[in-house]
Design a protein around this ligand. Structure first.
Ligand code: G6P
Length: 744
């Protein structure tokens, strides 16, 4: 209907213009052709007169005029010559043929013949009037008046008129067609537009599905709203601190208290059966560390895989459990997976395919068709759970990580008005690397169901946008970092994730640093003056644990003064141990640790203590506070929260952070000692430098790091995303309203 209106709006003026052109052009053309023919007929008249002159001179003496009459009858047998009249030199009509108008005098004929359009209308139709001198041997003997038929001109003029109308109409249609094609191409972008036309899609319908004539208006509107937002932000001055209260206020105001639903694979609390009793465990997961405080502030529903051995024992009949244990701040809805589903979706596609694919850490991704099928099916199950948990048709859904690339589009299909914020906790590779995934298009399409797609860094956003550009036909607005695909607009933005900054109440419970040191050293049977570095990781090949061990070995070689005086405490929480790659990695680390310990262990003090078991938060915090240095040497990491936790733990402003430049956090924390973990020498030197760093420098660096992490905390991470979502919703609603009014 809209398209029809658009066409009419364009075509009606075009038709009017062409009709006006025809109206003025046709009489003009008639006149022009008449003049051309008059000239021809004059010439013809002269020829006829010349041919008849001698005969007229011969016939003129005949007193009865019979000869002349006969001559005229013969001449007017020519169908074009209607009548002839002979005028004397003094202007009298001497003789005329049949059909010569009685009213036509010689003077009248002379006058008409001198006009630019010498014609008159007689009974049989229009005739051309020509007056030509009759020259005989004796000189001019009179004037011959020739009336030649002009009706053929009218016939020709009619034909010409017809052709002209057809021509103008065809030109009109052509112009309309070309204009619509050009408009279409510019709406869609030249390349995608041409492709769409070749595919035979309509000329008018734009990709977004909205009214195309409103696109420029909508674009202006969006730009204006953005300017207003910028002005507003500037007027706010330096950012106020982000905390749970501010996040709650934002939810109430900008998202009008809408329901928040989180989807992640890993659950925030795992209930395990240990020696016949149920214990609660916090998993080692950066995602959980970041999202859990946000969830406590938002009090929504968290949907996750129930993976603990006692998980089923503590849920209600809707598979829900209130969390945190004993505090009831939000709901966890557990989803149960069969061993086959877990194998295919989690171990297979997510961790053998997507994880190495996105980290590009020299481990080949494995893609199996059966894993993909499970991945799709489990994504659908989680999407269905979101729909089932939604109380309204427009909840705020926070989809977490590479386990659920397909969930955004699946939820969007059932809840088109939902605000879907997807956060990708791991890196996004360049288009070439991503291109090896056999289901790359499906993954991208799934993710583009999101309203907002968040990555840790601008660099990952850029990689993602380039990947979409390479593999999908989507409209990309680089200036605003948005992608339009199949009628959905997705904002691709960087939101560096962080941790919850410890509250005064929490830090009040912490033991003083010297006490932490003493306890840790006692527990590990290390001398009281032993220098300590810590590494806290999951047992994962992306974390650079092997490179770290080599760096310790190299430091002991290069700076033997540390022999017997230095120990690296490496906590490596078991992770994804069902996978061969992970088991092999663990074995390798164990072997290398043993070798280095054998080489450099002195008098019972080992240079490396490998603690290959899960540690709860308090134990980890004690280690952070006891350490002289913290080593984060990831080969590739979306962000890495260990470094931020270390900084948060050091309220004494001591301790040195050694940080891989390949962790997203390196961009935010330049006061750390930034290293290239592949360069063993570099890391060994950094470790030595950390152990010898003067206290004043430690304090200076740590104070700067703490200011950054305190301000850029996890509430800011969530707050910025939710605020962007709020603004986005507002913009969409305004645009919807504008379109509705325009469509009425
Ligand atoms: C990374 C991922 C998280 C994941 C965590 C632990 O941080 O981004 O999604 O939860 O590793 O891995 P796991 O497989 O044990 O959940």
């Amino acid at each position: 209907m809209r398209n029809l209106r658009l066409q009419l709006r364009f075509l009606v003026p075009l038709v009017v213009i062409l009709a006006a052109a025809a109206y003025f052009a046709l009489p003009l053309m008639d006149r022009l052709t008449l003049r051309w023919f008059a000239r021809d007929l004059n010439l013809r008249g002269s020829l006829v007169t010349n041919a008849l002159s001698e005969s007229i001179a011969d016939a003129l003496p005949d007193p009865k005029g019979r000869k002349l009459q006969a001559l005229f009858s013969r001449a007017t047998q020519d169908e074009r010559l209607v009548a002839i009249g002979l005028c004397s030199a003094d202007g009298r009509l001497l003789r005329s043929s049949a059909g010569f108008p009685k009213a036509l005098t010689c003077a009248g004929a002379q006058q008409t013949a001198s006009l630019p359009e010498p014609l008159m209308r007689i009974e049989g139709g229009p005739v051309h009037v020509g007056v030509h001198p009759v020259n005989a041997e004796a000189g001019t003997i009179g004037q011959l008046v020739l009336l030649q038929d002009l009706s053929f001109i009218e016939r020709r003029s009619q034909d010409t008129r017809q052709y002209l109308v057809i021509l103008i109409a065809s030109i009109g249609v052509l112009i309309a067609l070309v204009t619509m094609i050009v408009a279409q191409l510019s709406w869609r972008g030249w390349i995608s537009g041409t492709r769409a036309l070749l595919r035979g899609e309509g000329l008018i319908r734009p990709l977004s599905g909205s009214a195309p004539e409103l696109e420029p208006l909508a674009a202006d509107l969006r730009a204006r709203l953005r300017e207003l937002e910028d002005e507003y932000r500037r007027s706010q001055g330096p950012e106020a601190e982000w905390n749970p209260q501010r996040l709650q206020a934002l939810l109430r105001t900008q998202l009008s208290g809408d329901q928040v639903i989180v989807v992640s694979n890993r659950e925030p609390y795992i209930h395990e059966l240990l020696h016949g009793a149920v214990v609660v465990r916090r998993p080692a997961s950066g995602l959980v560390t970041a999202v859990e405080p946000v969830m406590r502030a938002c009090s929504g529903t968290w949907i996750a895989h129930g993976s603990g051995s006692a998980d089923r024992d503590v849920v209600d009949r809707n598979d829900r459990v209130e969390l945190p244990p004993g505090q009831h701040e939000y709901l966890l809805r557990r989803l149960w997976l069969t061993p086959e589903e877990e194998q295919g979706y989690y171990f297979g596609f997510a961790n053998e395919g997507m994880w190495p694919l996105c980290h590009v850490a020299h481990v080949r991704p494995v893609f199996r068709e059966s894993d993909w099928q499970y991945y799709r099916a489990v994504n659908q199950r989680f999407a269905d759970a979101v729909v089932a948990e939604a109380r309204e048709d427009d909840p705020v859904v926070l989809v977490q990580d590479y386990h659920f690339a397909l969930v955004p589009a699946m939820v969007r299909e059932k809840l088109p008005r939902a605000t879907i914020i997807t956060f990708w906790h791991i890196p996004w590779p360049n288009p070439e690397s991503f291109g090896i995934c056999p289901w790359r298009r499906e993954i991208l399409q799934g993710m583009l169901g999101s309203t907002i797609l968040g990555f840790h860094t601008r660099f990952h956003c850029k990689n993602f946008i380039e990947t979409v550009d390479r593999y999908l036909e989507a409209r990309i607005e680089h200036e605003h970092s948005t992608i339009q695909f199949q009628g959905v607009s997705t904002l691709v933005e960087s939101y560096p994730i962080s941790i919850e900054w410890p509250t005064a109440a929490e830090t009040a419970l912490w033991r003083p640093v010297p006490e932490c040191r003493r306890r840790v050293l006692d527990r590990l049977h290390l001398p009281a003056d032993q220098r300590l570095a810590v590494g806290i990781d999951r047992f994962d090949y992306t974390k650079g644990i092997l490179e770290r061990l080599h760096a310790v070995e190299r430091m002991l070689e290069k700076y033997p003064e540390w022999l017997g005086r230095f120990t690296l405490v490496q906590v490596a929480a078991p992770s994804r141990s069902a996978l061969e790659e992970y088991r092999a990695f663990r074995d390798r680390i164990t072997v290398v640790t043993d070798r280095i310990n054998q080489r450099f262990g002195t008098g019972g003090t080992l240079p490396i203590l490998l603690l290959a078991e899960h540690h709860e938060h308090d134990a980890v915090n004690e280690l952070y506070r006891a350490a002289d240095a913290c080593l984060v040497t990831s080969l590739h990491d979306g962000m890495n929260l260990v470094c931020k936790e270390f900084v948060a733990a050091r309220d004494d402003e001591r301790g040195v952070l050694i940080l891989s430049r390949f962790a997203g956090a390196a961009r935010e924390l330049p006061e750390a000692l930034i290293v290239n973990p592949y360069h063993v020498e570099d890391t060994a030197d950094a470790l030595h430098r950390a152990l010898t760093m003067p206290e004043a420098e430690q304090r200076e660096r740590m104070a700067a790091l703490r200011t950054t992490v305190r301000e850029f905390n996890v509430y800011r991470w969530a707050g910025r995303m939710l605020a962007d979502a709020g603004r986005w919703r507002l913009r969409e609603r305004i645009a919807e309203r504008v379109q509705r009014h325009a469509g009425e």
